[in-house]
Design a protein around this ligand. Structure first.
Ligand SMILES: [Zn+2]
Length: 250
């Protein structure tokens, strides 16, 4: 199956945090979207790989994803080595996406930084006929990056206001990560209820930059090419008048 958009995360909840709304929106528009998690998240303080896989699949269902795979690379030890490159190249060659989205190349978590480098390198090498991996060569024309712990100037912003309740639903599916601290083994940054408030504040701030309620910023390292400038979007004619209600307890 070929995908229009393929998003990679280092951990099974990265994609939802950074670009969940954008993927939900594009799936709703009829594009085939998929997620590949590089690791099973076994080094996280809370949850097990089995629980996290179930949660990830539940979230993918909420988001309308055509596929969600897990490469099982080592969590907290991601490397840009030949074996990992091959695993990512084979995924890129299998799904032949038009757009690949990775974590932003600067972040607090070393896995996010390496995931970014790994996927960007693999997306390029995947186009080389003589790179020894399974599948026909394919180089995705567009590589984009989403923000996790670090937010910097985005290249463009996607209005996700209409899909915000669904984004929160997809995050809620990761109960072992974002559940209340009383239900989990360890108190961490993300299972503090304030984490979701923090994310909502950022999504609102990013939305406010284009005068909508919620937005996700996307970064591109390379210049964007536009053939038809009438397809560029400027200010919206009408604002959405009702703020989507955040999930109960959040
Ligand atoms: Zn992560």
């Amino acid at each position: 199956m070929e995908l229009d958009i393929l998003a990679f995360g280092a951990h099974p909840d990265d994609v939802e945090i950074g670009v969940g709304g954008t993927l939900i929106k594009h799936a709703a528009m009829g594009y085939k979207c998929g997620i590949v998690d590089l690791t099973a998240g076994e080094a996280a303080s809370n949850g097990t790989p089995e629980i996290r896989r179930k949660e990830a699949l539940k979230a993918a269902g909420i988001m309308g994803m055509a596929v969600r795979d897990n490469l099982g690379l080592p969590d907290a030890r991601l490397q840009v080595d030949e074996e990992s490159l091959r695993a990512v190249i084979e995924v890129v060659r299998r799904y032949r996406p038009k757009v690949v989205i990775t974590p932003y190349h600067r972040d607090r978590h070393p896995d996010h930084i390496r995931a970014s480098q790994l996927v960007r390198e693999a997306a390029h090498l995947s186009g080389l006929h003589r790179w020894p991996a399974d599948g026909e060569p394919h180089r995705p024309p567009v590589i984009a990056q989403y923000f996790l712990a670090v937010f910097e100037e985005p290249s463009f912003i996607v209005d996700i206001s209409e899909y915000y309740v669904k984004k929160m639903g997809a995050l809620a599916a990761h109960e072992s990560q974002f559940g209340q601290p009383s239900d989990t083994d360890w108190r961490t940054l993300v299972n503090n209820p304030r984490f979701i408030h923090m994310l909502q504040s950022r999504d609102q701030y990013v939305g406010s930059l284009i005068q909508v309620f919620y937005g996700e910023g996307i970064y591109r390292e390379h210049r964007m090419i536009v053939d038809d400038i009438t397809k560029l979007q400027g200010w919206k004619r009408k604002m959405i008048l009702e703020t989507p209600t955040p999930l109960k307890g959040w």
